[in-house]
Design a protein around this ligand. Sequence first.
Ligand code: RIB
Length: 311
Amino acid sequence: MTATDLSGADDSRAYDLVVVGSANADLVVEVERRPGAGETVLGSDLVVLPGGKGANQSCAAGRLGARTALLARVGDDAYGRLLLDSQRAAGVDTSGVLVGGAPTGVALITVDPSGDNSIVVAPGANARLTPADVRAAGRLLASARVVSVQLEIPLETVGEVVRALPAGTRLVLNPSPPAPLPPEVLAACDPLVVNEHEARYVLGDGAGGKPEEWAPALLALGPRSVVVTLGERGALVAEGSVAPVHVPSPQVDAVDTTGAGDAFTAALACRLARADALPQAAAYATRVAAATVVRRGAQASYPTAAEITAP
Ligand code: RIB
């Protein structure tokens, strides 16, 4: 756990953020063009980096100085040790990281010159993070101001996190990769954080043409609040009956967008833990995400709080 306390709120919970999610070794190749179906392309030498949407979020939060813990499962192997080392270097409490049962999850990633990527994940140990593991970590969850989950772990495990959520603890959910969400999970989100692909998936046939239409449509499905991330165009924030608020992003030259969404969600969660309003938290998160895309890799690209300048 880091010594720095980001929180201004007046309660004694030990963690600003507890992340429940995946941890992957990212096997990254840079390519001139991401291959289409049936195509073979030559790329750069392979680079192995710590990743996974859950581990990325906890690493980003730790780097920003939030008191952070990760509940995840990795294999008893070299990739598992790579991931644990990265978390500890970021100041994350890894007492909730379970080891063994299956090999560490792996993500196969291609990155093109525009910084865009394609990712395939072999879940490995992530698929063995069970509802029983969540129940066993009850004390960890009870110590969190904010709990954050994604969907690279089993959906029933996410459901158990929702059932285990203590009163007064805020849930942040990024449904990535997207899957059908039970109503009780949707109803617990505060906020539901989606990019454009995820928004279209969650809305299905109900998706209109414009992000401004998605935010209220997503709210109508039950979440307490919604954030739609729009890449270099920033984010849309929606809560209650007020019109969605557009939060712009700093303009930067992206070299690798891998893990930028995870950094955004982590930064948002950190600021919500210290009781920022949602638009202010999203404004901070866009600055953190912009700082990550100018460097390569996911966790390797995450900034410290000191590197995030005021608007
Ligand atoms: O969001 C980026 C992450 O997606 C990568 O680090 C990869 O591991 C996959 O989980």
